[in-house]
Structures are given as structure tokens and as C-alpha cells.
Design a protein around this ligand. Structure first.
Ligand code: ADP
Ligand code: MG
Length: 258
């Protein structure tokens, strides 16, 4: 068979196998291979590697879209000097994603504006960039969705969505007290993830001692905290809001009296 016929067949086969990226880079890879006198196996390696890396990038993009992350944040974009109560070594360790593989939770506690959501989202984006699926909900969204789902008898669909994610982010626990049914659903979600050893990143403006105030009953609060904290890293962020601090730097907000 002539080279020209083989070439046509390869193109056709790549197309039928839906190896689009390999097809698109076929000419380049073949040319390079010839110029650099590569072995056939090296040429194949290059071609398939290109296909896989394009697919991986596409998956990352899709996973980012599906994650529900409202605004992207990065760990590089976090100013650790401005927030000395955040232990950089602990964040670096979390960024290895060992916690995710071991099914350990991460909880960021602290007042408003100190970077809890920023760090939570940045860790989730690190996970997404490495091919994992993350799912972000504020507690308020979780409540709204679970109410709609309950009305339509589709709570199990919502639970399945929460369970499917490799990493579940629950943001802003504590801003609003929970009604009994909502608290029960939250407990169900946390319990199931705990049993499946699937990690949660949670942020809250309330210290654990104040969680009784969020839950309609203290027994439920304790049971939920038990599961959440069995394997967990807690990062307590103190200090003042990053935004206010910046505004003060610009002279827009008067300094707080000491
Ligand atoms: P929280 O969730 O604790 O209320 P956020 O994470 O939403 O606070 O932070 C508020 C805003 O300030 C966000 O835009 C976030 O990116 C930014 N921010 C907070 N802390 C830092 C920091 N140390 N370095 C860079 N940006 C920060
Ligand atoms: Mg927040």
C-alpha cells in the first residue's frame, strides 16, 4: 500500500474514532517525526499524548463550569502576608490534595471578608485543574435547592449531585439559622459524604460552639459536627476584612479606634 493511501486511511480512522486533536495535529507530528528522525513509536506517543492533553483541558473547563464556583480564585492570588492567621504551610499541604484522596474535610472559620471563600474556592480550583470534579453551593443555595427538590419529590437527585462531586464546597454556613427540614437535609448530605469518605470544604462565620444557634436542635448540630470533624483540618482566620483593610489603605475608611 502506498504511503498516500495509508495517510488517507489514518486520517479517516482518526476521524471515525473521534480523535479530533490527534487528527488536527497529524501533519505537524508526522513532519516533526520525519525531520527529527523519530521512531514510529515516538511519533505515536506524541500524537496520542496531544489527544489526551486536549481532552484533559476540555474536561477541566467543563468541570469548572459545572462546579458552580461563582468567581474563580487562586492560591497565588492570596496575600498570606495580609492574613498572618492563615498558616501557609497548612494551605500548601492542602494544595497537594492529599486531603481529597484521603476523604478529609477542610473547614475555614472566621469573620466576614477574611478570605474563607477565597481559600475554599482556590483549593477547589486546584482540584479541578488536576482533573477532579467539585461542586460549590452556599448554604443558602443548598436550602433553596433542597426546598424546590422536596416539592418535586426529587431530593435524591440533589443528593446524588452532591455525592457525585469529588469535592463538595459548602459556603457561608451560619449566616442564616436553619429550619428543621433544611437542617435534616444538610445532615443527610454531610453524613452520606462522610460514609463515602468524600471530602467537604466548608466555610462558616460561626465558631463550632455557636453551631447550636444555626441548628434547630442541639443533638443534630452535635451529630453533624461529629461527622464533619472526625477527619478534618480547621483553619481559624482572625483579623479584619481584607476589603476594608484595602479601602483603609486607600484612605477611604477611617481607621478603627484601638
Ligand atoms: P469571606 O469568605 O471570609 O467572607 P472572601 O474570601 O469572600 O471572604 O474575601 C473577600 C474578598 O477579599 C474576596 O474578593 C477575596 O478574594 C479577597 N481577599 C480576602 N482575603 C484576601 C487575601 N489575604 N489576599 C487576597 N485577597 C483576599
Ligand atoms: Mg465567604
Amino acid at each position: 500500500m502506498s504511503a498516500a493511501i495509508s495517510y488517507e486511511r489514518v486520517r479517516d480512522q482518526l476521524e471515525r474514532l473521534k480523535l479530533e486533536a490527534a487528527l488536527a495535529s497529524l501533519d505537524t507530528v508526522l513532519e516533526q517525526g520525519q525531520k527529527q528522525e523519530r521512531l514510529p513509536v515516538e511519533v505515536l506517543d506524541e500524537l496520542l499524548g496531544r489527544e489526551l492533553s486536549v481532552r484533559f483541558e476540555r474536561r477541566v473547563k467543563t468541570n469548572l463550569k459545572l462546579s458552580g464556583i461563582p468567581a474563580p480564585k487562586t492560591l497565588e492570588g492570596f496575600d498570606f502576608e495580609a492574613q498572618p492567621s492563615v498558616p501557609k504551610d497548612v494551605i500548601d499541604e492542602l494544595a497537594t490534595l492529599r486531603f481529597l484522596h484521603q476523604g478529609e474535610n477542610v473547614v475555614f472559620l472566621g469573620p466576614s471578608g477574611v478570605g474563607k471563600s477565597h481559600l475554599a474556592v482556590a483549593l477547589a480550583m486546584t482540584a479541578i485543574e488536576r482533573g477532579h470534579r467539585a461542586y460549590f453551593l452556599s448554604l443558602h443555595e443548598l436550602v433553596t435547592r433542597s426546598r424546590t427538590a422536596r416539592e418535586k419529590n426529587r431530593l435524591n437527585v440533589l443528593l446524588r449531585t452532591i455525592m457525585r462531586a469529588d469535592l463538595f464546597l459548602l459556603d457561608e454556613v451560619g449566616y442564616l439559622p436553619l429550619e428543621s427540614e433544611d437542617a435534616t437535609f444538610l445532615f443527610e448530605a454531610v453524613s452520606r459524604r462522610y460514609e463515602a469518605q468524600k471530602p467537604i470544604i466548608l466555610t462558616s462565620n460561626k465558631s463550632y460552639g455557636q453551631w447550636d444557634e444555626i441548628f434547630p436542635d442541639a443533638v443534630l448540630a452535635t451529630a453533624l459536627l461529629d461527622r464533619l470533624l472526625h477527619h478534618a483540618t480547621t483553619i481559624n482566620i482572625r483579623g479584619e476584612s481584607y476589603r476594608l483593610r484595602n479601602r483603609r489603605g486607600a484612605g477611604l475608611t477611617p481607621p478603627t479606634p484601638a
